[in-house]
Design a protein around this ligand. Structure first.
Ligand code: AP5
Length: 224
């Protein structure tokens, strides 16, 4: 089977995590999410977590050399042999170049960069209502995607909390960082011919249907 190497791009709150959860179920791809890896490292107080915490709390990017090695190791690992869905990496041109170089060494290439586009005002609205399960990591929104029972995860009833970096000033700064450091990747992947754009302002189900249909077509093309 051909490999299927995907990345998710988009501003904070675009719905990358929401869509990734659905897409990994559809296509049975290992999901590698830098934000989740870093938050787990912070909660376990590992060396990586200690290096990352202050940057994350301030809404800054963790330095490229801290994150790149961790993610390339996951991409090159046995679980990702047939492909992967990367969420939150790359976020700078230097990270994108590191990923390209890592894939080239393995004689692989990116299949698609999935860009979920959402305007800044919508991001601000979404982040204030986001809630995340302390145990499963499943993402909800108090208004747009509420759990069945308030404050509790549908999967296992665990507590839902607000992320430390979801306070309005931090979100505003994360958006600035996104526009400055990550949006150059749109041109980068457009030049490579792998960029696919999606309107993230539609409902989670509509966005999912659209991305799933595009990926299914790409998969068919890869297998021809
Ligand atoms: P990370 O966790 O990756 O945060 P992010 O990219 O800012 O993305 P989010 O997780 O905030 O949003 P999302 O797009 O996944 O949206 P979601 O699905 O939750 O990174 C956190 C930090 O780690 C960074 O700030 C940085 O410090 C560090 N970091 C990570 N990667 C790094 C890297 N490569 N280099 C350096 N540093 C790095 O949805 C948001 C809300 O909207 C939810 O409540 C959801 O229910 C709702 N929603 C989703 N879709 C819809 C919809 N279609 N309509 C209405 N509501 C919706």
């Amino acid at each position: 089977m051909s490999q299927f190497n995907l990345i998710l791009l988009g501003p904070p709150g675009a719905g990358k995590g929401t869509q990734a959860e659905r897409l990994t179920d559809d296509f049975n791809l290992p999901y590698i999410a830098t934000g989740n890896i870093l938050r787990e490292a912070v909660s376990q107080e590992t060396t990586l977590g200690k290096q990352a915490k202050a940057f994350m709390d301030a809404g800054e990017l963790v330095p490229d050399d801290v994150i790149s090695g961790v993610i390339l190791e996951a991409v090159e690992g046995p679980d990702a042999r047939d492909g992967f869905l990367l969420d939150g990496f790359p976020r700078t041109v230097a990270q994108a170049e590191a990923l390209d170089a890592g894939l080239e060494q393995l004689d692989r290439r990116l299949t698609a960069a999935i860009l979920i586009e959402v305007p800044d005002e919508e991001v601000m609205r979404r982040m204030s209502g986001r809630r995340v399960s302390v145990k499963t990591g499943r993402v909800y929104h108090v208004e747009f995607d509420p759990p069945k029972h308030e404050g509790r995860c549908d999967v296992d009833g665990s507590r839902l909390v607000q992320r430390d970096d979801d306070h309005p000033e931090t979100v505003a700064h994360r958006l600035e960082v996104y526009h400055e450091k990550t949006t150059p990747l749109i041109g980068y992947y457009e030049d490579q011919g792998v960029l696919r754009r999606f309107d993230g302002t539609r409902s989670p189900t509509e966005v999912h249907d659209h991305i799933r249909a595009t990926i299914a077509t790409l998969r068919l093309e890869e297998e021809l």
